[in-house]
Design a protein around this ligand. Structure first.
Ligand SMILES: NC(=O)c1ccc[n+]([C@@H]2O[C@H](COP(=O)([O-])OP(=O)(O)OC[C@H]3O[C@@H](n4cnc5c(N)ncnc54)[C@H](O)[C@@H]3O)[C@@H](O)[C@H]2O)c1
Length: 260
């Protein structure tokens, strides 16, 4: 029997990068999936990849904006109405925002990044925890970042929101542990996804690949992480294999956090 047979997992940001790779991984392990993203095209691509990977569970796609509370409630409702429960939640949708010094960062940019990365994560937890508490079981993985546990620079909105995700994780883990629910966060370093390509293009323009090589040259492992490596960690944290891990933040960054 596969680890996720008969289990239902919601993934936000499922149309690209870490969410997409995790969707494929969980599908291969038997999960029913509710895939949430703003990008209809990204969701269709993920569904296609799941079919090609031989996923055996059900797949529902929900085009939604995690900053809108009615959209958040809708994806939680779709999971319960379609599959009867929410066993896992990868609360992952996020944006990086423009790189800038604090004084130049801008109120609008700050508010935009916080709305997706922090308020979206909070709203998702609130909607899903209501259901998990009724069930008396469930597991949540929130996506923080190395920028949520260390000072990276030029990322006021991102840093504030990702440190906030760590705080929300610890706070809610204390509240819900006694209800059989685990809540953890991951803190990825540089993982090669569309988001990282975007920020490398901001740094290096046409020479973004060279900028990328230089960027990872100081990482202990001297390479980018792959989305599949993050998917393996998320699958572990959402599975029964990690039953007593709660309220923690796990870096997955080739050792970057140890360098600061
Ligand atoms: N890639 C990295 O190196 C890295 C490192 C640390 C943390 N992270 C975090 O991992 C998460 C996933 O990032 P990724 O690298 O896979 O990025 P990505 O850009 O490849 O994927 C993010 C997905 O989220 C979706 N999304 C964005 N805003 C949304 C909204 N308001 N509502 C619904 N969906 C929305 C996008 O459409 C996209 O499909 C983010 O929270 C990011 O901050 C990534």
């Amino acid at each position: 029997m596969a680890r996720f047979d008969g289990k239902t997992v919601i993934i936000t940001g499922a149309g690209s990068g870490l969410g997409q790779a995790t969707a494929v991984r969980l599908a291969q392990e038997g999960a029913n999936l509710v895939l949430v993203d703003m990008s209809e095209e990204g969701l269709a691509q993920t569904k296609q990849q799941i079919a090609e990977a031989g996923g055996t569970g059900g797949v529902e796609v929900v085009t939604a904006n995690v900053t809108k509370s009615e959209d958040v409630q809708r994806y939680a409702d779709v999971a319960v109405e379609t599959f009867g429960s929410i066993d896992g939640f990868f609360n992952n949708a996020g944006i990086e925002g423009k790189q800038n010094l604090t004084e130049d960062f801008g109120d609008d940019e700050f508010a935009k990044v916080v709305a997706v990365n922090l308020t979206g994560v909070f709203a998702g937890m609130a909607a899903v925890l209501k259901q998990m508490r009724k069930q008396g079981s469930g597991s949540i993985v929130n996506t923080a970042s190395v920028g949520g546990i260390r000072g990276v620079g030029n990322q006021s909105g991102y840093a504030a929101s990702k440190h906030g995700v760590v705080g929300l994780t610890r706070n809610s883990a204390r509240e819900y542990g006694e209800h059989g629910i685990s809540i953890n966060a991951i803190a990825p370093g540089a993982i090669m996804t569309a988001m990282v390509e975007g920020s490398l293009r901001q740094l290096g323009g046409e020479n973004w690949e060279a900028a990328g090589k230089e960027f990872v040259s100081v990482n202990p492992m001297k390479r980018f992480g792959q989305p599949e490596e993050v998917a393996a960690l998320v699958a572990f944290l959402l599975s029964d294999d990690s039953g007593f891990i709660n309220g923690t933040v796990i870096p997955i960054d080739g050792g970057q956090h140890a360098m600061y």
